[in-house]
Structure formats: structure tokens, C-alpha cells
Design a binder for this molecule. Structure first.
Ligand SMILES: *Cc1c(COP(=O)(O)O)cnc(C)c1O
Length: 401
């Protein structure tokens, strides 16, 4: 293969070498249980204290407001179950949440809790007025994601959280796509709880955290020992906690420069795709968008076939959320922004990361239009579209192989 491009960073990222290096001593010589009394466990106890302090500082929180969890999904579950089981009431969330929130909300409904799923506009944005209108006297929790994992839309969290605060309702945000990618300060945002996951920003899979503002007291999901101040039992995953802190430190330090580069590459991809592929549209907001996210719907083709052809060309991308891969249901996010089932089926998500290069962008722009043309030429749907005048035959305009 002459070129390999990993462009699925919203699904997961590679562990950074510096992160692995920071973790290694805690996978080898420092294995003491942080709760034990002997000197050997002081090292691990200190490492967790340090990591907690680092993570807290990087999101504007206090160390005792950080609860380490096993993943973003656990953080979301803890926020939703933890508050609702305690305060028994109504939940407001949105139609475009990650399944970690959406399926949790559905499970809560089955347990008898009332849930409202807010609509979004054509760009995937939630309106603060719509949130305020959905509030009931028994609303106890609002959960709205900071940035969408499929279409990259960044929500007006500060405005949304202000609505919650005005009505004295706890506000949670799934910031898994945002932490380590765009500036996050829990006080500036005004959120009460915030979920994050290490593997979306260069730490290993299997470690996350939930920020919980002092005074907000969700019930635990996991009972046992007194770890994480009794909020989340289980002997600490020290190496992964250390890795998460290191990865966040690096991501935040490099964020400005990385995002300048990502935004430039992202816009070049979007412009190039829209220029060279007819019957194609951009999904999500053009400007309120994660720096590395490209999501387009390409009419008259199947997203799955497109992914296979891209894979053969050495390009890893996604047709929507990784969780829906393997099922033929179109993405709930694309339906929520108003796409038809047909158009949603032909969607492609390319998510760039700090290790992508301009050559990667060139390569995608060189391969993609030809692959789309090839698939359309074989497709009965395209043939029908030509016959009934929905589409016109076209030639590839750039030097495409
Ligand atoms: C990846 C992701 C999750 C789940 O995180 P895991 O650590 O994989 O459980 C939750 N929410 C969003 C928005 C995500 O992108």
C-alpha cells in the first residue's frame, strides 16, 4: 500500500509514546495498592494525587471534584443514574447524544423516569429557548453534549447551562469529544458535571473521568471500597490514570497549535470534497465545529461500500457513529438534523488528529472523488437518478486516479 491514513480520531486515538512512557513504571515496579499502609504504596498514592491535581487544573476544577472511571460511557451512566435515582425526577437531553447517554436515558424511561429529547436545528444546535420551554417543575437533570461525535457541532453549553442554573437544575455535559480538543473550563461553562474519556485524546482505552461540582452528590454506580471518596469503588487503575493526566497535559499544551493546523486541513478537505464531488453536502455547522471533523453526505451511494473502497485505498474513516456500524439503521444524529434515510446512508465522517499531515489531506482528496464516481457508475440508484433527471452525468475534474 503506497499510503495509509488514519482519519477516524473521533472513534479513538493512538496512545502517545510519552503517555506510555509515563505509564510504564506503574505497570511494572510500582504495583502497590494505593490504599495500603506500607511505604511501597506511597508512590502509587502520590501518583494518583498528582494526576488528579493535573486533570483538575486543566479543566478549572478542584482535585476533589474529579472521579476517575473506566470510560466515557461509565461517566455518562454515573451522571444520569446517579442524579436521577437520588432526586427522582424528569430528565431533559437531546436527540443527538452519544448512545452512552441516549441508551441510558431509554433505560431510565423503562424504569419509569420521564425523559424529554430536545430537537436540534439543521446544524445540530440546541436552542437555549427550547431547553427552557421543556423544563417542568419536576425536572432534576439536564444532559447536553459539548460537541457531537458524528457531525462535530459544538453546542452553546454556557448559554444552556445558564438556563439550568436559573431554574436550579443540575446540568451535565458529555464532553468526551471536547476535552483535550477545545478549551474547557468547568466554571466558565457553568456545568455541574462533565464526562471525559482518555482514549479520545491520546491515553489508552478504558480510562475516563467524571467532573462533579462540589455539593452535587450523585449516587455511585459501583459500591465497594472507599476509593474515589466513596463515589466509585474499585482499586484504582493507577497506570491508566497517570496516562490520562499525561495525555491531557500534552493535549492542552499543544492545543492552540494543533487546532490551527487541524482547522486548516479540515477546511481544505471540506472545500475540496464539495468542489470535486457533485451531489454532496456538509453536515453540521460550518463554524461551530470541532477542528478535526469533516462529515459529508454523498448522494446516490452507500456509506458502507464507500468505507470498504476507502479502506482498500488505505484510508480509515467512518460512516457515522462506530456504534451503528454493522447495523443498517441510519445515524440518529443525521436524521435529527433533517436528512432523509437515503441521504443519511451515504454519509462519511473523516476525523483528523494531530499526527495527520497535509499529504494525508491531499491523498484523501485525490482518492475520494474517483471512488465515489466508481461506486455511482455501478449503482442502480444513480442510474435511476440520471434517468429521472435528479442528477446529471459528470466528469472528474482534477487529476484523479
Ligand atoms: C467515545 C464517546 C463516548 C464513550 O466513551 P468510551 O470511553 O468509549 O466509553 C461517549 N460520548 C461521546 C461523545 C463519545 O465520543
Amino acid at each position: 500500500m503506497d499510503h495509509f491514513v488514519y482519519a477516524d480520531h473521533a472513534a479513538t486515538t493512538r496512545i502517545r509514546p510519552e503517555v506510555l512512557e509515563a505509564m510504564m513504571p506503574f505497570l511494572t515496579e510500582h504495583y502497590g495498592n494505593p490504599s495500603s499502609m506500607y511505604e511501597m504504596s506511597d508512590v502509587t498514592e502520590m501518583a494518583i494525587l498528582d494526576a488528579r491535581r493535573t486533570v483538575a487544573e486543566l479543566i478549572g476544577a478542584k482535585p476533589n471534584e474529579i472521579i476517575f472511571t473506566s470510560c466515557g460511557s461509565e461517566s455518562d451512566n454515573m451522571a444520569l443514574w446517579g442524579i436521577l435515582r437520588k432526586k427522582k425526577g424528569h430528565l431533559i437531553t437531546t436527540k443527538i447524544e452519544h448512545h452512552a447517554v441516549l441508551h441510558t436515558a431509554e433505560a431510565l424511561e423503562k424504569e419509569g423516569y420521564a425523559v424529554t429529547y430536545l430537537d436540534v436545528d439543521k446544524d445540530g444546535l440546541v436552542a437555549p429557548e427550547a431547553l427552557e420551554a421543556a423544563i417542568r417543575p419536576d425536572t432534576t437533570l439536564i444532559s447536553i453534549m459539548t460537541a457531537n461525535n458524528e457531525i462535530g457541532t459544538v453546542e452553546p453549553i454556557r448559554e444552556l447551562a445558564a438556563v439550568a442554573k436559573k431554574h436550579k437544575i443540575t446540568f451535565h455535559t458529555d464532553a468526551v469529544q471536547a476535552v483535550g480538543h477545545i478549551p474547557i473550563d468547568v466554571n466558565e461553562l457553568g456545568v455541574d458535571m462533565l464526562s471525559a474519556s482518555g482514549h479520545k485524546f491520546g491515553a489508552p482505552k478504558g480510562i475516563g473521568f467524571l467532573y462533579v461540582r462540589g455539593g452535587v452528590l450523585p449516587l455511585p454506580l459501583i459500591y465497594g471500597g472507599g476509593q474515589e471518596r466513596g463515589k466509585r469503588a474499585g482499586t484504582e487503575n493507577i497506570a491508566f490514570i497517570v496516562g490520562l493526566a499525561k495525555a491531557l497535559e500534552l493535549a492542552v499544551a499543544e492545543m492552540e497549535e494543533t487546532n490551527r493546523k487541524l482547522t486548516r486541513m479540515r477546511d481544505r478537505l471540506i472545500d475540496g470534497i464539495l468542489r470535486d464531488i457533485p451531489y454532496c453536502r456538509l453536515n453540521g455547522s460550518r463554524d461551530k465545529r470541532l477542528p478535526g471533523n469533516v462529515n459529508v453526505s454523498i448522494e446516490f451511494i452507500e456509506g458502507e461500500a464507500l468505507l470498504l473502497k476507502l479502506d482498500m485505498a488505505g484510508i480509515c474513516a467512518s460512516s457515522g457513529s462506530a456504534c451503528t456500524t454493522g447495523s443498517l439503521d441510519p445515524s440518529h444524529v443525521l436524521l435529527a438534523i433533517g436528512l432523509t434515510h437515503e441521504v443519511a446512508h451515504g454519509s462519511l465522517r473523516i476525523t483528523l488528529g494531530g499526527d495527520n499531515t497535509d499529504e494525508d489531506v491531499d491523498y484523501i482528496l485525490e482518492k475520494l472523488p474517483g471512488i465515489v464516481k466508481y461506486l455511482r457508475d455501478m449503482s442502480p440508484v444513480w442510474e435511476d437518478a440520471l434517468k429521472n433527471g435528479q442528477a446529471k452525468e459528470y466528469e472528474l475534474c482534477t487529476a484523479i486516479k
